[in-house]
Ligand binder design. Sequence first.
Ligand code: ZN
Length: 246
Amino acid sequence: MRESREDSILNAAMLIHEASNVYAFTGAGVSVESGIPDFRSASGLWSRFDPMEYGTLGAFRRDPEKVWRMLQELVEIVDAEPNAGHRAMARMEEAGLLSGIITQNIDGLHQKAGSRNVIEFHGTVFRLVCLDCNRKFPLDRFADSLPPLCPYCNTIMKPDVVFFDEAIPPDALRQVEQIVRRADVLIVAGTSCNVMPAALIPLEVHEIGGRIVEINPEPVLKDMAEVTIAGPFASSMQQLVKALSS
Ligand SMILES: [Zn+2]
């Protein structure tokens, strides 16, 4: 029998209260209500810029100026503001009910909302990296002079985000491995879990006995999830936090 949304939220709150290590795993869907369309959606970035031509390290090395035509648009997300869902997650951490967030997003909105322990699995648009000397710089230092040139090498720098042909940053991978072992509840929100290797995270948590709470307008983890909250991120998280504090 299908649970009502209210029941699901109460059940999720119960699981979270019983758990000692609750983590969240978030994706593009959590930022949609902050005005950032999913890059993979019909109107998203990757429908207008061919990922193979604009989203790979190889493409960047061949023609960084061309790739910056896409990146100019990508870096505009630095102006987005967190929504009520981001803020609700930050409140959970503050209350000691959430140990950390693994995010596939590069928009920094969890941190802007006040979350402290955030692992950026795909990097961040707020930082630039020079592919020649590997030095990293804050984007805002170069905001008026894009594409940004490395002050040491004078070559065009790349946002410190994971392109399609790049590996996950080793630091992020290590931290995620620890979380997977520790998590007894993983809140999976705003992700359709189809980008590898990120999609393995809920699967691994589930396989070693962690419980999955899914928050998605169109749930995808039906077999795996202990609790499914079918709804938009912001209002679902607000209601969850309300249930947790009552
Ligand atoms: Zn350099």
